[in-house]
Design a protein around this ligand. Structure first.
Ligand code: ATP
Ligand code: MG
Length: 292
């Protein structure tokens, strides 16, 4: 599998026939090890950095990267890797936890909308408005604690949520925000191994939270919710990538490839200098050279 193919292999841009079980969490393509992928990984970081510079200079497009996953799937590490090559001035990360009192006073898209990337920037969402059709769906009591008028919360609530998300993403795409969504697909077995490591290794203890184990008990409900979410919200302009997450290095390789491919598809270039600007630059150079 060449890097060019990776992005396509894990891309879901039409949810019609999507089944989560068709995607293997331990897939590593033709790469055998982290060492084998090292150069490609480093190449991706360099290329992202070059492209981000143009994205920022041109300042027309914005890129929104959304990360969703079960606990310990490697979201944080993957985001750290994406960030490692980019200029922090043009890239912001936002993490969305359980909503605050203020956030509950608004519709479910409000809090994330405030943090959308401006033109020329890359915005990374560590969790997002998709929590509304994941944790809230798996735990319907959360829905009750929201302040939506009860008469608006009917049987079709999830279809309505999907419709709203689709409309929102179409609107963003039409305004120049390119959206790429990553579901880090970790297996139940690997999640257990990572939880155990968090319990056993002192330097990983801080990562463990008792609620992680409680959510693990709802594993099947979450898998169903993820599958339905992808079926209903995958589109050409805002595709999902079902990224194998049992091997962290491969997760990073896939994400980095998708980002590079996406930025390359935008045909970015530095703004052209017009005649007036060129004259201004020449005059500035002359004046600099003339003085000591
Ligand atoms: P870490 O890797 O540090 O565990 P995390 O993203 O899991 O990062 P936590 O503070 O452990 O962060 O978890 C955030 C929790 O907030 C998750 O369980 C998530 O499902 C929950 N959450 C996020 N958005 C919502 C929402 N809209 N309604 C209810 N719960 C939400
Ligand atoms: Mg957590």
């Amino acid at each position: 599998m060449k890097t060019g193919k990776i992005a396509k292999t894990f891309r879901v841009d039409s949810g019609k026939h999507f089944r989560l079980r068709d995607f293997d969490p331990s897939d590593t393509g033709h790469w055998k090890s982290k060492e084998h992928a090292e150069q490609t990984l480093m190449g991706g970081v360099t290329r992202t950095s070059e492209l981000q510079d143009k994205l920022y200079a041109q300042s027309n497009w914005a890129l929104l990267l959304i990360f969703q996953a079960m606990d310990a799937a490697g979201k944080d590490g993957a985001i750290k890797h994406v960030m490692s090559g980019v200029n922090p001035q043009g890239c912001q990360v936002y993490s969305f936890k359980a909503p605050s009192e203020l956030e509950l006073q608004h519709d479910f898209l409000w809090r994330t909308t405030r943090d959308l990337p401006q033109r020329g920037h890359i915005g990374i969402f560590n969790r997002s408005y998709y929590e509304e059709v994941l944790v809230v769906r798996v735990h319907p009591e959360i829905l009750k604690s929201q302040k939506t008028p009860p008469v608006l919360v009917g049987k079709k609530i999830w279809d309505e949520r999907f419709e709203d998300i689709r409309s929102f993403e179409r609107h963003m795409a039409r305004s120049g925000t390119v959206i790429r969504k990553f579901f880090l697909n970790v297996s139940k077995k690997e999640q257990k191994a990572r939880f155990l490591a968090r319990l056993e290794e002192p330097e990983k203890n801080w990562k463990f939270s008792a609620s992680d184990v409680r959510e693990r008990a709802c594993w099947d409900d979450y898998q169903d919710a993820y599958e339905d979410m992808i079926r209903n919200t995958a589109s050409e302009h805002a595709p999902w990538y079902v990224v194998p997450a049992d091997n962290k290095w491969f997760t990073r390789l896939v994400i980095s490839t998708v980002i590079v491919d996406t930025l390359e598809s935008l045909d970015l270039s530095y703004p052209k200098v017009d005649d007036a600007k060129r004259k201004e630059l020449e005059a500035a150079k002359k004046s600099l050279l003339a003085k000591k």
